[in-house]
Design a protein around this ligand. Structure first.
Ligand SMILES: [Zn+2]
Length: 140
């Protein structure tokens, strides 16, 4: 399978996150000292500076904080078949915000505060990308 678009490159901090995505689990760091959930992964808690950390599986629930609808593909050759698509910042139920794509709905139907849930898109054998789709009314 050939995937031509840019891909994340897991590093020492994010390797566990991307391994979780590969098995369709959204993993977050949780500070062992103060309980703050954090994303993206890093070596130090931004709230208390502790280096003690646990990894937890997030609920996968979030709400849309902000978004744009991409209509002009850049670079054109890689994205012309995908426009229009949604690039969003979602607030995870656990607190952190995550940049992602909203999929599974009309891009013009996205609204602030919309309830969404994680869904993983297989990019390569190693990388699955966490995207979000609307939670249907009554599904919660
Ligand atoms: Zn902390």
């Amino acid at each position: 399978m050939t995937y031509a678009k840019p891909l994340p490159v897991p590093d020492a901090d994010s390797a566990h996150f991307w391994a979780g995505c590969r098995s369709h689990r959204l993993l977050l760091q949780r500070c062992r000292s103060c309980g703050t959930h954090r994303y993206p992964a890093g070596p130090v808690c931004p709230a208390c500076r502790s280096r003690a950390v646990d990894w937890i599986e997030a609920s996968g629930r979030a709400t849309v904080f902000s978004w744009i609808v991409v209509r002009h593909p850049v670079p054109r050759d890689l994205y012309q078949d995908e426009v229009p698509y949604v690039v969003a910042l979602v607030t995870l139920a656990e607190g952190p915000r995550m940049a992602t794509n909203i999929i599974g709905c009309d891009p013009d139907a996205v609204t602030a505060g919309m309830a969404v849930e994680v869904v993983f898109r297989e990019a390569t054998a190693e990388i699955a990308l966490p995207c979000f789709r609307p939670v249907l009314a009554g599904a919660r």
